[in-house]
Ligand binder design. Sequence first.
Ligand SMILES: O=C(O)C1=C[C@@H](OP(=O)(O)O)[C@@H](O)[C@H](O)C1
Ligand SMILES: C=C(OP(=O)(O)O)C(=O)O
Length: 444
Amino acid sequence: MSALPAAPSSTSFWPAPHTLGPVDATVEVPGSKSLTNRYLVLAALANGPSRLRAPLHSRDSRLMVDALRSLGAGVEEVDGDGRFGPDLLVTPIPADASGDASVDCGLAGTVMRFVPPLAALRNGRTFFDGDPHARRRPMGTVIGALRRLGVPLENDDDALPFTVEGSGGVAGGTLTIDASASSQFVSALLLVGARFSEGLRLEHIGPPVPSLDHISMTVQVLRELGVVIDDSVPNVWHVQPGTINAFDVRIEPDLSNAGPFLAAAVATGGTVRMPHWPADTTQVGAKWRTILPRLGAAVELTEDSTLVVRGTGTITGAELADTSELAPTVAALCALAQTPSLLTGIAHLRGHETDRLAALVAEINRLGGDAEETSDGLIIRPAALHGGPFHTYDDHRMATAGAILGLVVDGVGVENIATTGKTMPQFPELWEAVAATAEPSGPR
Ligand SMILES: O=C(O)C1=C[C@@H](OP(=O)(O)O)[C@@H](O)[C@H](O)C1
Ligand SMILES: C=C(OP(=O)(O)O)C(=O)O
């Protein structure tokens, strides 16, 4: 899992807006992908209809909605007060759901990892496939786990495509897995564990599990819905069998997708305000409050829950561990920094939408940068950047990283900006609006 795809799927390049001065903007971003797709799964398993307010509407959430519909859940759009689309009313998968089904996972890790265990609870065969690169993302742990739980599965090579042969229920019990390639392997099993007749005692054995914040999110959401889960022993999760309560929940804004906008303040020495910032959240994007000051910015959470980021005009490099899905945004800022940076604990990014470590090195260096892969991350040294094409490999976070560089480097063309539709279809228009607030003259 290291080579970049030979030929990018699109050759259209978006001229990244370039600013000559500091931005000064207030930005709202759509709902969290990770929360939306967790609540969708849990609504499909709950004991009655549920409502998601201000959910994400993007390719990944649409793929999840379509997957749950094909398994028998009802998902209806209803008017709500969210700025970015309707609310969702979900009726759970009926207990007697049966028949053959087919699920398109696209490139969504949450769909390809979270939905197969749900399919195992139904009576029928469910076929899973996805985008070409989805077939290269790690899947073996979920496939192996289902097999060891007694669920027959047609598959040759521990990857998409595969067929889950559900027989109407899973006993559960004790299971050991290696989740070092993705935290989603743990989340996938925890999300359904309460619906196994014996519950689930899940243990991870192997190199450290990455993206631990996402597992904390899973545990917190399950507890909110009445599931009893013990995570007091590191690497062990014990889910009691029981009911998942129906709910009515408001989805927090996506703090990972907030990142590029906050980075715009840092990159241009400007100010970005983000309202409705949750003070208490399990989203990994909570870490922006500590990461951005390490890179030289001033960050403040106001009493009215607005996160205000002020760039100083100087970006300092930093050593940062476990930045998970924030890493491409962090790497873009490090490429603009005046001192070197070391990013660690992100080896598993090689199995993300693309091999992100290879992609970041290739594209930063293509613009004249000085980035290098390590065994578990990146070293990025100061270098004068120039314009040019920025390939994105169908990876939304590569696209937003290219946009950040283009703000301060003239002539950056970001390939296939529409790939941001995976989690934020509004990205190009929101980004252009932020860039337009920059003062057109004056030194940065
Ligand atoms: O559970 C989730 O919602 C996610 C978990 C993380 O996956 P990995 O553990 O594979 O990094 C993260 O990177 C991904 O964007 C979303
Ligand atoms: C890794 C990511 O996505 P996925 O949910 O497809 O794993 C991501 O959004 O950065």
